[in-house]
Design a protein around this ligand. Structure first.
Ligand code: AQP
Length: 328
């Protein structure tokens, strides 16, 4: 039997970004031919922070289009919107009843997002429980994610262990699947590329001009104030992105040129912009095609939910049974 894979991305912006693509979607693509995959647009996660209800339908539609344009194929993988499979939230309630609040309060994403909000919601605290349910409802053993999600995967493993110890062997302990781009840095010089940090990201639907502009104003090696200053590529966030895009021989040329101050930051950024634009061209074309055939996208989602729900229901029935909740 093929190993089961689950992963999800929030529809929390107008477009997914390069971090989502290189850190998560590339991992999904690497597994979709050889594994039994379910990939979701996790809309219930996106409402754990303030959001605009009027924009949500378009953001969900865009996220699923971008999944498909990046190569996730509904003939190979089950593609769903999380809220179309309500078993996820029902399982989250059951799992939440075995996990201590103190554990959730320690998780870095919660602490980080809490610091940016006046009154963090119960949903924000509970986010990792819902994420554990998203994975465990399909008994997935592999989860392609970026580095920032590792604490949440560790939490999901702990949920599985705790549940199995209390109610008998039910869930596999899921493992993260990381790509080379597991931590795409922010264009602002510190932290990761993130939808909620303006100026930090390149969106997958950015035009070639926008990509050139965003890179041109991006922060680089702080030691390189003037064109003639020698740089240190390993300290530079732009070089870190180059390493994910640029062929090895060209990369060595850029690193040497940077150290010798033969290549300026602007030139280095322009080379990277062209690499990214070339990589995203087929994506952009496919995205435009899908937007002009919205029924194909909706059909894929309908079919996805139809295939996912029986799998989710079977796990939920089993869980309710071992918890003594299925009978009177
Ligand atoms: N910079 C990144 N590098 C590598 N992987 C990344 N991911 C996100 N940013 C990077 C991975 O993308 C998947 C989906 O992320 P998400 O949008 O659901 O949540 P997130 O991790 O919180 O992403 P953002 O962009 O930072 O969203 P906001 O700003 O709304 O919180 C995950 O696998 C994630 O690791």
């Amino acid at each position: 039997m093929k190993q089961r894979v689950f992963s999800g991305i929030q529809p929390s912006g107008e477009s997914l970004h390069l971090g989502n693509y290189l850190g998560a979607i590339k991992g999904m693509l690497a597994l979709q031919d050889s594994h039994d995959c379910i990939f979701a647009v996790v809309d219930y996660h996106a409402i754990t922070v303030p959001y605009d209800p009027a924009s949500m339908p378009a953001q969900k539609f865009n996220a699923i289009v971008e999944y498909m344009a990046a190569g996730l194929d509904p003939r190979k993988s089950i593609l769903i919107i999380q809220s179309d499979v309500p078993e996820h939230t029902e399982l989250a309630w059951l799992l939440g009843c075995i996990m201590p609040v103190s554990k959730l309060e320690q998780l870095p994403t919660y602490k980080d997002k809490k610091a940016r909000q006046q009154s963090p919601t119960m949903g924000l605290l509970d986010y990792p429980v819902l994420m554990a349910a998203d994975i465990l409802i399909y008994k997935a053993s592999l989860v392609p994610v970026g580095q920032d999600q590792l604490p949440h995967i560790e939490f999901a493993r702990e949920v599985a262990r705790k549940f199995n110890a209390a109610f008998g062997e039910t869930f596999p302990e899921p493992q993260a699947y990381l790509t080379e781009g597991a931590e795409v840095p922010s264009l602002l010089g510190t932290g990761k590329m993130s939808k909620s940090v303006p100026g930090s990201f390149i969106a997958l639907n950015d035009s070639p001009d926008q990509i050139h502009h965003k890179l041109a104003v991006a922060v680089t090696d702080p030691a390189r104030q003037r064109r003639s200053d020698p740089g240190e590529p390993m300290r530079c966030n732009i070089y870190a992105i180059h390493r994910l895009y640029t062929p090895v021989d060209r990369l060595a040329e850029i690193a040497d040129g940077c150290r010798a101050a033969d290549i300026g930051c602007l030139e280095c950024k322009a080379i990277l912009a062209e690499e990214i634009i070339a990589d995203l061209t087929p994506f952009r074309e496919c995205r435009a095609r899908l937007f002009s055939h919205p029924d194909d996208v909706r059909d894929a989602l309908r079919e996805g939910a139809k295939r996912a729900r029986p799998l989710a229901r079977a796990t939920l029935d089993e869980v309710r049974c071992v918890m003594g909740l299925d009978r009177i």
